[in-house]
Each structure stands twice: as C-alpha cells, then as structure tokens.
Ligand binder design. Sequence first.
Ligand code: GDP
Ligand code: MG
Length: 459
Amino acid sequence: MLPRHHDPIVAIATAPGRGAVGIVRASGRDLAPLIRAVCGRTLAPRHATYLPFIDAEGQPIDQGLAIHFPAPQSYTGEDVLELQAHGGPVVLQLLLARCLEGGREIGLRVAEPGEFTERAYLNDKLDLAQAEAVSDLIDASTEAAARSASRSLAGGFSAEVHALRDALIRLRMLVEATLDFPEEEIDFLQKADARGQLARIADQVDAVLARARQGALLREGIKVVIAGQPNVGKSSLLNTLAGAELAIVTPIPGTTRDKVSETIQIEGVPVHVIDTAGLRDTHDEVERLGIARTWNEIESADALLFLHDLTCMGDAAHDAGDAAIAARLPAALANGGRLVHVFNKADALAAPPQMETGITVSAKTGFGLDTLRRRLLELAGWHANPEGLFIARTRHVQALRRTHEHLDLARRQADSADPALDLLAEELRLAQMSLGEITGEFTADDLLGEIFSRFCIGK
Ligand SMILES: Nc1nc2c(ncn2[C@@H]2O[C@H](COP(=O)(O)OP(=O)(O)O)[C@@H](O)[C@H]2O)c(=O)[nH]1
Ligand SMILES: [Mg+2]
C-alpha cells in the first residue's frame, strides 16, 4: 500500500452548485479528534445526530446531521464521518475548511478523485470491477446503463469471473499435482477428462466475453457522424433523431459550421450522434475550418451516415459533389468506421425509390428512421436484451480476450500428440492472471491509479 493510503481524507461528496442538502465526508483510521472538533461531542455509531457544526471559537457554521460509521463497517472500511449540511457552495466550503482545521492534528487532507472508493477496494469492501461500476453508475447516460452498472456493483459480473477462476484453479491443481508424479502423466489427460474441463472453461469464457462486449457497448456507446453535402438535411436528421431542435436548420447551404452533438439512446445503447458542417468547396474561412473538423470526426466514427438528398439526385453538380465526398471516404474510414448511405427527403417525392445501397428516410416526417436505428444497433454489434446485463469496460473485454488466448494455447498442448504438461500448466496460470486483472487480484499499481483518477472527487 502506498503511504498516501494512510492519510485521513475529506471532501465535499455532493455535486457542485446549490442543493437542498450537501455532504462533506471524511475517512481515516481514527476520526475521533475531528468529530470532537467539528461536532463538539462524540457520536453514537451509525446514528444521525442533529447538531451545530462548530468553528474553532465554538460558533455554529451550520446545523445539520452528523453520522459516524466506525471502522470497519463503513463504505471505505475505515472510520467515516458524514456531515449533512445545507447544500450551498459557500456553506460547504466553510465546512470543508473547518474539517481541515479541526483535523490538522491527525493530518487530514483533501481527497483526490476516487480516493474513497479506492480505499473501499484496498480494504476489500469492493473488488475492482465493482469499484469501476460505482463510477459507471454515476456516469451512466441511459437507464439500461445505470441498471447494468448497479448489477455489476452488486457483484453480478464479479461472480461470473470468480466462477471461471475457481474452475481454472481446480484444473490447475490437477495439472500441477500430475507434474509432481511424472509417471502418471499419460493417464492424467484421459482420466481426469482434462480436455473436457478445458473445453468447458473455454466455452464459459467465450460466453462471459460476449456479455462483457455488450456491457461495454452499453457503457461506452457508439459514435455516429452525419455527413454529406450542404442542405441535404443533416441537421434536420439530428434533430429528428434527438427529438429536439438542437441544430439550426435553414434552406441556406453552409448553415452548420461547427459540430453539434447529442447522445440519444436506442434500446438503451448510448448513441453519440454528431452533426457536421456540409462538405463542399468553399472560400469561406470559417466554413473551411468546419469542414476540416467534419473530416476529423469521420475518422473517429464507429458509423458514418452519408446523407444524400433524393430531390437533387440526377442533378450534375449535386452528383459530382457526392462523388467527391465518396472518393475521400475509404481513407477517412480506415480506422474501421462503417459506412451507411442514407437517402433523405423521401416525403418530397411522390414515390420515394427503395435504394438498394442504403436506407431511404425523411428527416421531416420520421419515415425510415426505425430502420436506420435498427441498422445502427446491428453495426454496433448489439444483440442483447439489457435485462440481466452487467456493465463492462474495454479493459475487461481485453482481459477476457487474453484469457481466451491462453486457454487456446493450453488446449493446443492438451491436444498435441506429446503434450508438455509444464507448458499447459503455464498457460493455465496466465489465463488465471488475466482473469484476475478484472477483479483486481492481479493489477498493477499504475493501472489502479489510472482507474481511480477518473472518478469524481468525493466518491
Ligand atoms: N421535404 C423535406 N425537406 C427537408 C428534409 N430534411 C431537411 N429538409 C429541408 O432541407 C433544408 C436543409 O436542411 P438542414 O437540416 O439545414 O440541412 P443540412 O445543411 O444538411 O444540415 C431545410 O430547408 C430543411 O427544412 C426532409 O426530410 N424533407
Ligand atoms: Mg446543418
């Protein structure tokens, strides 16, 4: 444990700004001196006591509830003090300053982002996947993401990882015991059905991996960029998808100069939709900068909606404009972004054509948008029912992939004509290490620092 993990810490736990109630929270090995200084008395464990919070002269700063959670029955596993005051920024700053003053003798300092949860993790109150779920729950942008984060926090994901780990440990014990009795090596693979066990574990890893991938999608969502020539209806499409007038719509080409973005949800999956400046040759300096940004956005998109205007198709200038964009797309989508052609303004034609190469829509009437939404989910690889899903991160998906790779190598040994049990044992050990990274059993300190630094302060 790093030395900083011994300091008592304090922070405002509620969001900045005004609110009915604001909370200052402290955690440390022994907070008795702090409690005496700020509350002027001792507190019954886990009881809310209404009292004045006092300054150094004994004058009240505010009146509120104080709760003492003695170690180890607290969020962090240490002594925790929670002060619920009125939620004004000045009151809370005063209270924070008073805590720092009253806690000087015990070395109280302001907490860094995620430090409370980091302590909960270090004191075995939560494993790493659960600690990450705390932050994912706070950051959840859709209801489905919030519910899955809550499931991960309750230990749903960790339980599946632990079941895999336990199966791996049993197999490892078998393999390593056999290593100690080399004369039995040949029998071992048959007798203990080591191949069958390996195959079953590998299948389970694949199943968890598939669910984790869906969970990561629920957390991270996908980035969809709408691009095309000016006036084809890009801003209208964003507005219709979002159900709000976010971007300015006019018949004047070149209206949108900066990107406008909105996160919408499709079946609970967050979809970050970005409207961009229309792509054309222009001498307007501001518009040119906007167009350069459009191309940057396209390069990092998971999906690009290349919007065409059905009412202009066949017009030579318009078709040349579309062709010029199309020529640049392969390079811009080199990072794997998927291209979807979308033909807009179907409502303006008596008989809108069914375009085989893409989806026909009307941003004005909403025609075709359900098909478009389904296509986006399909491109993202979403095929889950958010019920029962747990939230996951790219980090977890990668760890499961590595587990899968080590199991593959182990199976190759087991299946070879002359299996080397020591190599098999080593691959199983590596597979278990990769799994352990998810729950934090084997996780480097710098990765921990990186994970917790992305939390908000006071959590
Ligand atoms: N009839 C019809 N007009 C549309 C549709 N979508 C956009 N427009 C019109 O096309 C013009 C340009 O729209 P806008 O969304 O600003 O296009 P952008 O330049 O690509 O962002 C506006 O006059 C819109 O009202 C549509 O689906 N049907
Ligand atoms: Mg626009």
